[in-house]
Design a protein around this ligand. Structure first.
Ligand SMILES: *Cc1c(COP(=O)(O)O)cnc(C)c1O
Length: 254
């Protein structure tokens, strides 16, 4: 409230985020209704990469408790920052999700803060994360195993990440046997320029297959700003939304 009538930039940003958040939640609700699904069966994961910790605090004040990040250094810094109590107190109830490609040598650090990792696509990476998770548990830094989603490749381009569909079952068994990990589902990103509907339909087929051997792997992390409706139609339980919530990122991500 300003007697001069000027709008506080922090309030303006919070108001913008509140408006965007309401619009995204409404899109999710409508997509659930259209798909004949219960709206509570789809979670919104705000993706805050490239945006400052102040935005995370604003979203926290707006009731969000889960956040997705895709770059290890940026995420690790934000997590540390938000643990420091501010006027809001420390943001202790936050669950951080690692959604981006990750190098094996970052697994140890990520296992210290990630509630869930969406981008596990090899046994070597899973093993590194398991080791990191168990070390973090032993050190009292975390309590629960790291929740793991297997990132499945929807094209034949290994450079874009993701395990080949034929190898999902083996990787799932490996994760399920790892004491520091908990298999929670599948994740995918449709190929650039591809028809997302067909890609999500394929993903749903693989998820159904995985559930036969691993009924605990209920989560399906699929759908972003432009294609969440299609993903929800095909069974997504978690949409990862950046742009529609935060606005355009300052620079494009890899
Ligand atoms: C950045 C990112 C998103 C969010 O994408 P938007 O199109 O901005 O909603 C979702 N998933 C992953 C893996 C990302 O890296």
């Amino acid at each position: 409230m300003s007697s001069a009538g000027a709008v506080d930039p922090v309030d303006a940003r919070t108001a913008q985020l509140a408006t965007n958040l309401a619009a995204v939640l409404q899109r999710i609700d409508l997509a659930c209704v259209a798909a004949g699904r219960d709206p509570s069966s789809v979670r919104l994961l705000p993706v805050t990469k490239f945006f400052p910790v102040e935005d995370v605090r604003a979203l926290y004040r707006l009731g969000r408790r889960e956040f997705g990040e895709s770059r290890e250094q940026e995420a690790t810094a934000k997590v540390a920052d938000l643990r420091v109590p501010s006027s809001d107190g420390g943001l202790d109830a936050v669950r951080w999700h690692m959604i981006g490609r990750m190098q094996r040598n970052k697994a140890k650090v990520i296992a210290r803060w990630a509630h869930t990792v969406h981008s596990v696509d090899s046994e070597r990476l899973a093993t590194a994360l398991d080791t990191g998770s168990r070390a973090a548990i032993d050190a009292g830094i975390r309590v629960e195993p790291v929740e793991v989603m297997l990132q499945v490749s929807l094209d034949d381009d290994p450079s874009r990440g993701g395990v080949a569909p034929a190898d999902v079952a083996r990787l799932a068994d490996h994760v399920a046997r790892s004491p520091g990990l908990r298999l929670s589902g599948l994740m995918a990103i449709p190929p650039l320029g591809a028809e997302s509907d067909a890609a999500f339909a394929k993903l749903a087929t693989w998820h159904t297959r995985l559930l036969v051997e691993h009924p605990e792997a209920r989560e399906l992390s699929a759908g972003m700003s432009t294609d969440m409706e299609s993903a929800i139609e095909h069974g997504s339980t978690c949409v990862r939304v950046g742009t529609a919530l935060m606005g355009a990122r300052p620079i494009t991500s890899a």
